[in-house]
Design a protein around this ligand. Structure first.
Ligand SMILES: Nc1nc(=O)c2c([nH]1)NC[C@@H]1CN(c3ccc(C(=O)N[C@@H](CCC(=O)O)C(=O)O)cc3)C=[N+]21
Length: 276
């Protein structure tokens, strides 16, 4: 079993980001907005900020109170949309319930939408047009490329249909000529479907979703889950799957670092496209 570690692949994405950044006459500036003190959000936003500092990207965190009004948040985004000193804008999800997350996403300039969540970027992704790509799906592709896992003609089964992972990953895998199936909570006889997969992606957000009997001998398993259980970070895949799979991403240390590295690259790409 090959352990598909994220670190080396993330390093290569970051090198790419730095190289492109050096060609720019200014330093790209990422703005991350966080509402409230949800511990997971605090920790993820810190990871992003730290990685940006590490590679010499400018990064500003905007920490607003949990009870910030939607209007105030939209006003901040307006200001950043108009600012020449903001190349990437990321509003950390999930947002408090009194805020309409979709409205916030649609308010962000698609040129600065480094999450790739704006409908314009989503539409372009499905049309095969150049767009800012969602960080986790794009990071997953970069991880496959780094480990020379080819996608053309492969049967890919994605378990999970979220707007941030499952759906955009299906579009990206399709653009690489994979045969893609998206399974979800209402899928009938899930193991029958997952057993077909040459490449199985778990993106559900529930520990223990994928067990060895659901995995074809020799399949590549990509675990996108980030679940905290008794203070420990675990994926969606049970540890015993390593006895069946030919390759498996660890959690932590697999897809997570790819997400952060892709965000850095997206910020540089966004800056390039805003150059005028
Ligand atoms: N607007 C928005 N964009 C996001 O991209 C976004 C978001 N909201 N909300 C939450 C999710 C989650 N997410 C992760 C990023 C990095 C790791 C990561 O680096 N994980 C490390 C370990 C982290 C740890 O130890 O806590 C790893 O897996 O090795 C995980 C998860 C981005 N998200």
């Amino acid at each position: 079993m090959i352990e598909l570690k994220g670190a080396p692949a993330a390093e290569s994405l970051l090198r790419q980001a730095v190289q492109r950044m050096e060609q720019l006459p200014f330093v790209p500036h990422l703005h991350v907005i966080r509402l409230g003190e949800d511990p997971a959000s605090v920790s993820y936003v810190r990871l992003k900020d730290r990685k940006a500092q590490e590679i010499g990207l400018r990064s500003t965190m905007h920490v607003l109170p949990e009870d910030t009004s939607e209007a105030a948040l939209l006003a901040l985004i307006d200001r950043l949309n108009a600012s020449e000193d903001a190349h990437g804008i990321l509003v950390q999800l999930p947002l408090p319930k009194h805020i309409n997350a979709q409205k916030v996403i649609e308010h962000t300039s698609p040129l600065k939408d480094v999450d790739g969540f704006h409908p314009e970027n989503v539409g372009k992704l499905w049309l095969g047009q150049e767009a800012l790509l969602p960080c986790t799906p794009a990071g997953i592709l970069a991880l496959c490329d780094h480990h020379q896992i080819s996608l053309a003609g492969k049967k890919v089964v994605i378990v999970g249909r979220s707007n941030i992972v499952g759906k955009p990953l299906a579009a990206l895998m399709l653009s690489r000529d994979a045969t893609v199936t998206v399974a979800h909570s209402r899928t009938v006889n899930l193991p029958e479907i997952t057993l077909q997969a040459d490449i199985l992606v778990a993106a559900v957000g529930r520990p223990g979703t994928i067990t060895p009997v659901m995995v074809k001998e020799g399949a590549v398993v990509l675990d996108v889950g980030v679940n905290r259980v008794d203070g420990k970070l675990v994926g969606d895949v049970t540890p015993e799957v390593r006895n069946v799979a030919s390759a498996l991403t660890p959690v932590p240390g697999g897809i997570g670092p790819m997400t952060v590295a892709q965000l850095m690259l997206n910020t540089v790409l966004a800056a390039e496209r805003q150059r005028g």
